[in-house]
Design a protein around this ligand. Sequence first.
Ligand SMILES: Nc1ncnc2c1ncn2[C@@H]1O[C@H](COP(=O)(O)OP(=O)(O)OP(=O)(O)O)[C@@H](O)[C@H]1O
Ligand SMILES: [Mg+2]
Length: 253
Amino acid sequence: MSAVRSESTPVLNARNLSLGFGRTTVLTDVDLTLHPQEFTAVVGTSGVGKSTLLRALTGLIAPHDGEVTIPARRADASRAWSMVFQAPRLFPWRRVRANVELGLEGLGLSRAERRRRAMEPLALVGLEEYAGRWPHTLSGGQQQRVGIARALAVRPQVLFMDEPFSALDAITRRRLQQELVELRRRTEAAIVFVTHDIEEAVSLADRVMVLGGQDTGHPAGVIDTVEVGLPLDGRRDHPAFSALVQRVEEMIA
Ligand SMILES: Nc1ncnc2c1ncn2[C@@H]1O[C@H](COP(=O)(O)OP(=O)(O)OP(=O)(O)O)[C@@H](O)[C@H]1O
Ligand SMILES: [Mg+2]
């Protein structure tokens, strides 16, 4: 499948990125090409520069060096990207559907069309029936699903997820991971998923970008990008799964 993908036009190209703040370089020499429907996980220790990398890929911060380009714009994509954070960041004074409609305002859509485009991703995350609820009446996992629906509603070319499940309990987390496996099949978006959890990364992604190698006075870089190459269904039970997880863990250690 990835062979087919790599023939399609990339939706994002990052070349030779160096990132930092002021005179400090945090991360250097990052190359990354994203194709539609490709799922890239980014792992590395705390402070290595994962969130900074996402911000640079979205254009929220300018790189010290290198460039990020968006070679192709999908015709039906309203936004180049959207982002899901650790906390869902819902507006408490807006009902669930109104929260999902947020990114659709200012696009010149009719009310009915906005509504339709909010209900679609809500159904995708299994919350169709919660459209009229207030955010505080939802569980943490449900709120995070609303955040994911909101990010999908704008039909982004790239969906960035920065530790989206790390604030959830283990059972909810596992459930949302399974949902994401289904969801990634139904969206055109390329997904970039940051996590501390190596098992989570290997269980979800097509490839895992491992950041590290920083030392005093030395910025971090890409240690390796590991192609997972295992079927998505029943991946955790695949005989090669544990070895792959261990391999990535050793890289970081
Ligand atoms: N606005 C900022 N100004 C200065 N330094 C910053 C800023 N934001 C982040 N940093 C520094 O850049 C480095 C990378 O931060 P970043 O938030 O990208 O790490 P991370 O890999 O996402 O960590 P975590 O896993 O804890 O979220 C850290 O050393 C951090 O202190
Ligand atoms: Mg971070």
